[in-house]
Every structure is written in structure tokens, then in C-alpha cells.
Design a binder for this molecule. Sequence first.
Ligand code: GRF
Length: 188
Amino acid sequence: MIVLGVLISGRGSNLMAIVKAIEEGRLNARVAVVLSNRADADGLVFAREKGIDAVWVDRGAFDSQAAYESDILVALQSGGVQWVVLAGYMRILGPTILAAYPDHVVNIHPSLLPDFKGLDVPRRVLESGVSEAGCTVHLVDETLDGGRILGQARVPVLQGDTEASLSARILVEEHRLYSQVLQSLSGL
Ligand code: GRF
């Protein structure tokens, strides 16, 4: 069994899908702690309802990114976290956590990387006219959405798609893919 620490900033639907996969026996893992940089993240409420340690870490309370990440690191390490899982965490991770968890930080991104790195992906996908979209789970390094790819899922871009309809189609695949890739990590 692998021990996960999940970093979020908002809705937390990927967190919820991971917890569901654990409950249904599709993922042999335990979520030791959920950390959010936003106090009002829905994912924090969900985690608390599930009895998972859920912590808001306020970046504004720290003088530097390093001090902020050190605080997160203490929570991860005291929870025995083996893999750091970014799930809609809207901050760039700095060297403090990456150095403590080399090749053990993963992220999910709503595009077929290396295409469409960064923010606002569905809008850019639609504007580009490509016929295929998807999502990627990858290792996190110091580059933006740039670490080694661990898994991808594809969806079609359909005629008449809006940002909302395309995002929803990708999100269904995100929820399936993330747990599947995490399960493959548990065998490492
Ligand atoms: C997802 O689309 C994920 O790919 C991106 O941020 C979104 C998070 O959604 N990194 P949620 O908070 O897991 O619902």
C-alpha cells in the first residue's frame, strides 16, 4: 500500500475520485493528508467528512515560498507520505518539496502533454482546431508541466464543443486515469 499526500486548491474532484478508487478497492493506497493553499477549497470539506487530515496552509502567513513549502513538508513527512499527488493545486511547486520527494511528486494536467502546457487549456484546444484532447499524469520537476509522462487518456473534440463540454469530457478521463496510474506506482 502506498501513502499519499494530496495538494489541492479548489473543487477537489480528482481527490474525490482517488478516495472513491481506494474505497472500491481499485487503488491500494491511503490518503494520509490533504493540504490546500485556499481555505475555501471544497476538497478540504470533503476530506474532513472522510476523516482525512485536511489542512489549509496560508501562503500569506509565510515570508517566502521556501518557508511555506517547509510547513507543507512537515505535514507530509509527519503523515508518512510516500507520494505527493497534485490534484488541481494551482501553485508552482518549488525546490523544497521536490528535493524531499525526488521523482515522487505527480500531477494531472488536462491536455495531451507536451501540447498545451499551462492554464486555460480547453479554450486554447478549441481555438487551435485540433480533433483530439485528453489528459496526462506526469512526474513533477522544476519545469512547468514538463516531467516524465506516466499515463495519458484521449478524448475526441466534438463539433459544437464548448469549453464546458470539452472540460467535462476530459474530467471523466482524469478521474479514471489518475487512480490507474497511482495504482501502477504502488507496484514500484
Ligand atoms: C483538473 O482539470 C486538473 O487537470 C487540473 O486542475 C483541475 C482540478 O480539478 N490540474 P479538481 O480540483 O480535481 O476538480
